[in-house]
Design a protein around this ligand. Structure first.
Ligand SMILES: Cc1cc2nc3c(=O)[nH]c(=O)nc-3n(C[C@H](O)[C@H](O)[C@H](O)COP(=O)(O)OP(=O)(O)OC[C@H]3O[C@@H](n4cnc5c(N)ncnc54)[C@H](O)[C@@H]3O)c2cc1C
Ligand SMILES: *[C@@H]1O[C@H](CO)[C@@H](O)[C@H](O)[C@H]1NC(C)=O
Ligand SMILES: *[C@@H]1O[C@H](CO)[C@@H](O)[C@H](O)[C@H]1NC(C)=O
Ligand SMILES: *[C@@H]1O[C@H](CO)[C@@H](O)[C@H](O)[C@H]1NC(C)=O
Ligand SMILES: *[C@@H]1O[C@H](CO)[C@@H](O)[C@H](O)[C@H]1NC(C)=O
Ligand SMILES: *[C@@H]1O[C@H](CO)[C@@H](O)[C@H](O)[C@H]1NC(C)=O
Ligand SMILES: *[C@@H]1O[C@H](CO)[C@@H](O)[C@H](O)[C@H]1NC(C)=O
Length: 494
């Protein structure tokens, strides 16, 4: 072959540069507000499902000085625990894939569910308590575990418990439709449409309690065990929707896991690998549509222009000003106060003589006089214990001094945790203005979990790409294959 003449090379370079510039003009800039699992996921899927011709710069704004949002850890007694979103289900496939993609380690909770002793406190006494073996002998433990199963069957009824687990399984199976390929899975502009397609919509139109009564569950099971679970997972009663209820119940089963070192690392890793410009400690206070771009102004007095804007945070307690105004159904957030205590519980608060009679997980029934939703053991130290308390109201120090006989260290966190579920649910649209302003957390009225945020974000990434490129179906050859964008580790089987 003949050698290239320098001039030819120069011209070629110029042409390439020109092509690059043209490309940049056609690629779209995206601004994402919020660096939780929702914001991180939408950035990730936008990059996975497209190339730089379609999506140019992606900027993520986060008002805190760390990423992760409601995924965060707390350090008490020198050890780190999940302070917000903590447990993941074995069929939470997006987050499971993230951990592989990001080389994070999966951790199974210390106590498998049946070895964690449970008590149901009604404000007066424990109405149900599992037997607790202090024996280290496997045969004794096995015996106690069988005895506990028999006790639970006797109290709540075989039929009721069976119906409850079938209900949860059927709901989880419907949810799996959201992992189908593009050929069979359309994209959705509304939460209603998305839920109807999977057969989940009806579950959001009435309360869990009603749904379970209709399925023939015993009133005692609903008042006690089911209530304990909805209070732990959503800080609310069995008045939450059937779907949010099924999701809570699924989160009390076996095989649950979390990310070693903290779930927030999923958001950090996705943002790191998605070619994102991250602005920490910068809160967006207004979003104005100027015709072809959105102008985002921040509390730092700065102004940014983007062709696409994704709101990846609940708007219910947000002060973001929209111009033109947007209108979404009113929704309140349930606040959950997470109080971490290193110390010792006071047995006499529970009418007991010795500390070891207090179950490791104290759940509660729905009663106005109980000042907390749950208390659980996070870690047994040599002389004392680290506990996590969930409550709807802040735990005053005087109250903590009643419940605990010893308190070495206390950390209190107030979360705007999840929506106050109110069946029938009303949803905000995924597209807030008919243009390119998207809202991931519209899906939170269906259920609020790390995985549901990822599922909603994936749908929105597809929606954005299809609406930018004018494709109706979006299962076209233009779409970069999902797997080609992942390193080979992603091909390992799950
Ligand atoms: C106590 C608790 C326990 C939970 N337990 C579980 C569980 O066991 N399993 C589970 O799956 N889920 C659980 N959840 C729910 C789960 O944590 C959330 O559903 C999920 O993390 C929500 O992610 P997100 O990205 O949609 O929102 P967020 O994580 O809330 O992210 C939104 C981000 O946007 C930022 N932001 C807000 N406004 C602005 C602004 N104007 N400008 C810039 N940044 C802004 C916020 O600081 C935040 O970082 C729990 C939640 C809580 C609070
Ligand atoms: C569009 O998607 C549907 C499934 O939602 C599929 O049946 C149809 O063949 C697709 N059409 C084209 C043109 O790809
Ligand atoms: C949901 O409810 C409607 C109206 O009651 C009914 O027609 C429909 O079949 C139900 N869908 C499912 C999936 O149960
Ligand atoms: C459930 O909601 C109904 C109607 O809003 C209310 O009367 C009832 O007290 C609620 N029950 C619980 C347990 O919160
Ligand atoms: C970001 O990702 C790269 C690999 O792409 C890795 O080497 C680096 O440690 C990551 N940084 C952070 C802060 O996670
Ligand atoms: C945003 O900032 C720009 C530039 O400072 C300003 O012109 C504009 O009025 C601001 N918009 C809002 C809604 O405050
Ligand atoms: C997770 O990764 C596997 C392997 O690459 C892939 O087959 C699967 O579709 C992915 N799941 C989701 C939900 O993206």
């Amino acid at each position: 072959m003949n050698k290239h003449h320098p001039i030819t090379v120069l011209i070629l370079c110029n042409i390439l540069l020109l092509l690059h510039t043209l490309q940049a003009v056609h690629s779209h800039t995206v601004c994402i507000i919020g660096s939780g699992i929702g914001g991180a996921s939408v950035a990730h899927f936008l990059r996975s499902y497209s190339d730089s011709h379609t999506i140019g710069q992606i900027t993520v704004f986060e008002r805190n000085d760390v990423v992760g949002g409601r995924m965060a850890t707390v350090t008490i007694a020198g050890e780190t625990f999940e302070a917000g979103g903590s447990i993941l289900h074995p069929k939470n496939y997006h987050v499971l894939n993230y951990t592989k993609y990001l080389h994070l380690r999966v951790k199974n909770p210390k106590h498998s569910d049946d070895s964690l002793s449970l008590g149901i406190w009604n404000g007066d006494k424990f109405v149900y308590k599992t037997l607790n073996s202090n024996s280290k002998l496997p045969i004794v433990q096995r015996f106690v575990s069988i005895a506990n199963s028999i006790r639970i069957l006797l109290r709540y009824g075989v039929f009721s418990l069976f119906r409850m687990s079938s209900f949860v399984e059927a709901t989880v199976n419907k949810f799996l439709k959201y992992y189908e390929g593009f050929e069979s899975r359309p994209m959705f502009e509304s939460v209603d449409g998305m839920l109807k397609w999977a057969g989940l919509y009806n579950l959001t139109t009435r309360p869990l309690g009603e749904e379970l009564v209709e399925l023939g569950l015993s009133p005692l099971l609903i008042q006690e065990l089911v209530t304990v679970i909805t209070r732990i997972n959503y800080g609310q009663s069995v008045n939450i929707s059937g779907l949010a209820g099924a999701v809570s119940l699924a989160g009390s089963g076996g095989g649950l896991w979390s990310v070693e070192g903290g779930n927030w690392q999923m958001a950090a890793g996705l943002i790191n690998r998605s070619d994102v410009v991250l602005h920490l400690h910068e809160e967006i206070e207004s979003i104005s549509y100027l015709g072809d771009v959105y102008e985002l102004n921040s509390t730092k007095g700065k102004s940014y222009n983007c062709q696409v804007t994704v709101v990846a945070t609940p708007l219910d307690e947000s002060s973001i000003h929209f111009s033109p105004e947007i209108s979404i159904p009113p929704r309140k957030l349930q606040h959950t106060h997470a109080t971490f205590v290193r110390g010792l519980l006071n047995p006499s608060y529970f009418g007991l003589d010795v500390l070891s009679d207090i179950p490791e997980l104290v759940g509660t029934t729905e009663s106005a006089d109980i000042p907390f939703s749950s208390i659980s053991v996070l870690k047994q130290h040599e002389k004392d214990v680290t506990y996590k308390v969930f409550s709807r109201e802040p735990m005053a120090d005087a109250l903590l001094d009643d419940i605990f006989s010893v308190r070495v260290e206390t950390i209190k966190i107030n979360w705007g945790a999840y929506p106050r579920y109110q069946a029938p649910e009303k949803y905000a649209p995924f597209i807030l203005d008919g243009n390119h302003l998207y809202y991931i957390n519209a899906f939170e009225n269906a259920a609020s979990t790390m995985e549901t945020s990822a599922v909603a974000a994936e749908n929105i990434a597809r929606l954005i790409l299809s609406r930018l490129t004018g494709q109706v179906n979006f299962s076209s050859p233009n779409l970069k294959s999902f797997s080609s964008d992942y390193p080979s580790v992603m091909h390992s089987d799950l």
